[in-house]
Design a protein around this ligand. Structure first.
Ligand code: CS2
Length: 487
């Protein structure tokens, strides 16, 4: 069977959606750091649709900070790939938005050229929470090994912050402003945090550079949303059946997709507003609601579900007591924490998210969500806990996912699975030190101020988590329902 490329594009079945702009003549206008599945299923799709709607030179140069797989697979496909949208009526859309993919370590020169070219008006990022190299105050972490490296070797940066500052320094020297830098990761105030980290790093090099960035470059805050399970062999097979050619690197997602962007740009942008992107002066309410309601409950499902060997979000939410627990967590402790000045219907929003979890076509693995807990939990759960403590609201249910995370780490280690987390080494060390005592393990984990900050010293928080650990330590698939009703 032949492969997906520009020649075979015209032979695809008629129901496959295709780019409606000239793939040959359209030029790059965006450089994206971290072109993983989420970017390819989300921002790249909006950009593809925007070029189909209104044209413009907005193709994307993707920069992989580490992995070569995407570049090597997609090159042979003329940088085309399929997006499988999974719902009751699944469909495929071929995306042509990529100009090319670079691997930072091997193609530094080309990456720098792309980042500093005057025709690049947008640099966007999906580098996950850890990619921002922040400390527990949300500020640049000078102790981060990549940041230390980048400060000492400014011409060969490893981190996205070091790379952005190197590019901005070159643009500053050449006076090439007209650039907007867009964070598309699940961090609260993602644009503000990125701006702050970049300016802090730049200030270490030159105050003039830092001032120029402050005055000339915009870093809008954004909220991004679409459930995007990792690519697997089943998807490759399903895509092949739908498009009758081979695609080495398709991606999948649900049909729901949302992108809210602060309307703060220093230069032009694609016609994203014509294809469903919301531009607004204030992203905070969207961001807060999404992080706390969706990502907060996602992590809760992931840690509790993994303790009893459930595999997917769909499997977990299909257990009615589990759904009931999630609904209680939402109504009693999460929704009250969201000050809703805009009048957004939070109950309906939360309800719609639970409906999305019930999408039986999506196999979203709980382990995928469980990764990087030390980086995700602060934004998804700890900020909600802080707000509730301040307002004297309950934190009892919000402490359950933290307890489950501690036991999840112990279980993974015991079963000799890898812990995927930037703090993996520390966490594994704590688990091994406390094999026979989950309560001591919890104490040691809660002492990690890099994760829990002020909450490490909060006795009520600690005691509530320890009580849950006693209950959850006994949980298994058959007593899960009963256990959830006791929490
Ligand atoms: C998930 C998110 O993997 C995870 O941690 O919670 O990727 C989630 O699917 C997206 O934020 C949905 O927009």
């Amino acid at each position: 069977m032949s492969g997906l490329n520009r020649h075979t594009l015209s032979e695809l079945p008629r129901d496959v959606l295709k780019p409606q702009y000239d793939l040959n003549s359209t030029q790059r206008g965006i450089v994206h750091l971290g072109p993983g599945a989420f970017h390819r299923a989300h921002q790249a799709v909006y950009t593809d649709l925007a070029m189909s709607a209104e044209g413009g030179n907005w193709k994307i140069d993707g920069v992989s900070l580490r992995s070569k797989d995407l570049r090597d697979n997609i090159k042979a496909q003329d940088n085309l790939y399929s997006l499988m949208v999974l719902d009751d009526s699944p469909y495929v859309q071929v995306i042509g938005a990529f100009n090319q993919i670079f691997v930072l370590g091997e193609q530094r020169h080309q990456v720098m050229e792309a980042l500093t070219d005057a025709s690049t008006h947008i640099i966007s990022l999906t580098v996950t929470e850890k990619g921002y190299c922040l400390n527990n105050k949300g500020e640049l972490d000078w102790q981060n090994p990549d940041i230390k490296h980048d400060l000492a070797h400014r011409d060969i940066p490893k981190s996205s912050i070091g790379l952005l500052v190197a590019a901005l320094e070159a643009r500053f020297i050449q006076n090439k402003a007209e650039l907007t830098i867009i964070s598309c990761d699940n961090l609260s105030d993602n644009g503000d945090k990125l701006a702050n980290a970049v300016i802090t790093f730049a200030n270490e090099i030159s105050q003039n550079l830092a001032n120029w960035i402050k005055e000339n470059i915009c870093f809008p805050n954004t909220m991004v949303d679409s459930i995007t399970p990792a690519t697997d062999d089943a998807l490759k097979e399903q895509t092949k059946l739908k498009i009758s050619v081979n695609d080495a690197w398709p991606i999948q997602r649900e049909s729901f997709t949302q992108w809210v962007v602060e309307d703060k740009f220093s230069g032009p942008r694609p016609a994203w507003d014509k294809v469903g992107v919301t531009f607004t002066d204030d992203v905070h309410i969207y961001e807060k609601a999404k992080l706390r309601i969706l990502n907060g409950t996602h992590s809760t499902l992931a840690y509790i579900g993994s303790l009893v060997d459930l595999e997917t979000v769909y499997e977990a939410i299909s257990i009615s007591e589990f759904e009931q627990f999630i609904r209680q967590l939402l109504s009693q402790e999460i929704l009250p924490s969201i000050d809703n000045a805009t009048g957004m219907d939070l109950d309906e929003y939360a309800n719609d998210i639970i409906k999305r979890y019930h999408n039986k076509h999506i196999r979203h693995f709980l382990t995928q969500i469980a990764w990087d807990g030390s980086q995700k939990i602060p934004f998804r759960i700890l900020n909600t806990i802080r707000d509730n403590i301040k307002a004297e609201r309950s934190i009892v249910l919000l402490c359950v996912p933290i307890a489950a995370w501690c036991l999840f780490l112990a279980k993974r280690t015991k079963e000799e699975h890898e812990i995927v987390d930037p703090l993996a080494e520390v966490l594994t060390g704590l688990v091994k030190k406390n094999v026979d005592s989950p309560l001591n393990l919890v104490d040691d984990i809660l002492d990690l101020t890099a994760v829990f900050a002020d909450l490490s010293a909060n006795q009520k928080f600690r005691n509530t988590i320890k009580q849950h650990v006693v209950t959850l330590n006994m949980v298994n698939k058959s007593n899960l329902a009963g256990c959830l009703t006791q929490l």
